[in-house]
Design a protein around this ligand. Structure first.
Ligand code: ZN
Length: 322
């Protein structure tokens, strides 16, 4: 192997995953660590450097210099400054520089994007949206993130900002969201929203089955349990899931009208339940009359938990001009 490896780094709320990857998308070696172990920015950055070295060693390339390093990080991030401002999810202060130490340690370019954008780039490179002209990839997890990829390149807003399509308002009378709006997609269909609705329902009429699933502790109800209860036919859980499904169908309808894409990819941990979301999303697309939808792909993400890693590596590759 003569080419220098790319490094993809995926920083989420619970763990950091790193992979050494070839320019054709073959993973050579991986390493990961939990986020909670780090206690300061310096320790966090040391962990990133250590994980890159471990991924290279794992891939049989100890001491190799990476061609470039890409990071997909739970946002908000500032790609131009190489900083992240997410003290709620990461043990780091606002405006934490997580790129400069890596750049110095490996003498390689270091690129930063938010995690949903990185996952979208991964799906467009090697996953469900590969070969598509304009793909919108939505990631359903704790929140709802979204990335738009045109001809294999991420589309930002003005001045490099990230559009937040997960916060489009779908029901102005819906529940309040931390973003300041009410009834946005995330407040209706994210894992957090479904879990919170489940906790409320477990304490109300008809919530006995949900409550029992959670061992009698309403606060232990999460999205996973709500889906489990819904699949066994529990009406209260079905009602919560149906609300998320309706919101997602409306969200997909809006994405088609806003972007006229040729691919919409639904991913993230929650989309292990893609089968519950697909019929309503397809029905919403079938009703569209003023944007051509022939040839529009709607599909589940294919890369699973690795989408962000692949996307981060692709980000690194694109910075080199290939
Ligand atoms: Zn919101």
């Amino acid at each position: 192997l003569s080419e220098q490896p790319l490094i993809g780094i995926d920083i989420g709320g619970t763990k950091i995953a790193v992979a050494a990857i070839t320019s054709s998308g073959r993973i050579l070696g991986c390493a990961q660590a939990p986020v909670c172990e780090q206690s300061s920015l310096a320790a966090f950055n040391d962990t990133l450097i250590t994980l890159v070295r471990r991924a290279l060693a794992e891939g049989g390339l100890p001491g190799e210099k990476p061609a470039a390093i890409g990071i997909g990080c739970t946002g908000p991030v500032d790609p131009a400054q190489g900083t992240v401002s997410n003290p709620y999810t990461l043990p780091l202060p606002m405006d934490s520089d997580i790129t400069t130490p890596l750049r110095k340690a490996f003498d390689a370019p270091v690129l930063l994007e938010n995690d949903a954008f990185a996952a979208a780039l991964g799906e467009a490179w090697l996953g469900a949206a590969r070969g598509r002209e304009l793909a919108v990839c939505v990631t359903f997890g704790t929140g709802i993130g979204c990335g738009v990829v045109r001809a294999g390149r991420l589309q930002h807003g003005a001045r490099g900002h990230f559009p937040e399509i997960g916060h489009q308002i779908l029901d102005p009378t819906g529940p309040p969201c931390y973003c300041g709006a009410s009834g946005c997609w995330e407040s209706l269909a994210s894992g957090t929203a479904i879990g919170q609705a489940g906790q409320r329902a477990a304490q109300g009429p008809g919530g006995e089955a949900l409550l029992a699933l959670a061992g009698g502790r309403a606060e232990a109800v999460d999205a996973r349990l709500v889906f489990q209860a819904a699949r066994s036919g529990d009406p209260v859980a079905c009602h919560i899931v149906e609300r998320a499904v309706r919101a997602t169908a409306a969200g997909v309808h809006n994405l088609v009208h806003a972007f006229a894409p040729d691919a919409i990819v639904l991913g993230g941990g929650m989309m292990c339940h893609y089968d519950l979301f697909e019929p309503a999303a397809r029905a919403a697309i079938a009703r569209i009359t003023i944007v051509p939808v022939d040839g529009l792909l709607i599909a589940p993400a294919e890369l699973g938990a690795n989408a962000g890693l692949y996307g981060a590596a692709r980000l690194a590759a694109l910075s080199l001009g290939n």
